[in-house]
Design a protein. Structure first.
Length: 292
């Protein structure tokens, strides 16, 4: 399912959570949505999933307006970290309800995931640990196999082993059953290899939307004698810098040719790549206009 967002704004009283966002997401990809706390990620996802009516603007899913559209709702699954279930519900009751509501539901796969994560379907939601709640949210999200699946920090309660199992299951099932998946996360380096495209939000706006591989090749850290570094970085967008004695290290945003690197190395400089997490930290630490 493709997503088209135009001039989307979400307000809570006087607070603007999403500020005039335009975004086009092609179907059949895994997207990573990154942003600091309060950046507007959950508000954006809530509008995409029709959990919240936009204050202004529009969200279209496969060309149809999403809000209060039952055809779109049946094909969309939105799993939040709060796990939208009653504490008195047993897990098997929630699984039965999901099977009735989701035409794409795969009960056999749900049973497989229940076993993978060591969950007891006879238990009530109230008896689950935080990690078990997260795991059950993942079960509901993956087994639904909806054309649009949104996971909003839904797996952060898991320990490292459970998260690794989740990443493996998500990728394996996505390859067997392609669909549009959006993952919102703070665990950037841990999960970045899953993303085909990355969206970065900051203060209600989208400041980056690009292929993951392109972001990995974006920017360098230049280290060397202060004078040579200063000469090399002139005219480039500086994301951050450190100095120690006569040595200076500067992180630059942008793409550099092999010729650029060769000239820098001839001047005694060394170059290192910026990981997606480092790029995210640098971009979201800047004044908003500087990061766009």
């Amino acid at each position: 399912m493709s997503i088209e967002i135009r001039e989307l704004t979400v307000r809570y009283g006087g607070t603007v959570a999403v500020d005039g966002v335009d975004l086009d997401l092609a179907g059949g990809k895994i997207y990573g949505l990154l942003g600091r706390n309060g950046s507007g990620k959950t508000s954006l996802l809530s509008a995409i999933a029709s959990y919240r009516k936009p204050s202004s603007g529009i969200v279209r899913i496969d060309g149809e307006e999403a809000f209060e559209n039952p055809r779109v709702a049946r094909r969309t699954c939105f799993i939040r970290d709060t796990l939208d279930l009653s504490d008195s519900d047993r897990l098997r009751t929630a699984l039965d309800l999901a099977a009735r509501l989701r035409p794409t539901w795969d009960g056999s796969y749900a049973a497989h995931l229940i076993e993978v994560f060591g969950l007891n379907p006879r238990k009530r939601v109230s008896s689950l640990s935080r990690g078990q709640r997260s795991a059950f949210g993942v079960v509901l999200g993956l087994a639904a196999r909806t054309p649009l699946t949104i996971l909003d920090e839904s797996y952060l309660g898991m320990d490292a082993v459970a998260r690794t199992l989740f990443y493996r299951e998500l990728l394996d099932d996505y390859l067997r059953h392609p669909r549009t998946i959006i993952l919102s996360t703070h665990l950037i380096e841990e999960v970045a290899d899953l993303f085909e495209r990355v969206i970065i939000m900051d203060r209600g706006r989208v400041i980056v939307h690009d292929e993951t591989d392109a972001l990995r090749g974006r920017g360098v850290t230049v280290t060397g004698p202060a004078e040579a570094v200063t000469s090399f970085v002139a005219g480039h967008a500086v994301l951050g810098e450190q100095s120690l004695g006569g040595v200076r290290a500067v992180t630059l945003d942008g793409h550099f040719t092999a010729g650029d690197i060769e000239r820098g190395e001839a001047a005694g400089l060394s170059f290192g790549p910026i990981g997606i997490q480092d790029l995210f930290v640098h971009l979201t630490s800047q004044p908003l206009e500087a990061s766009r």
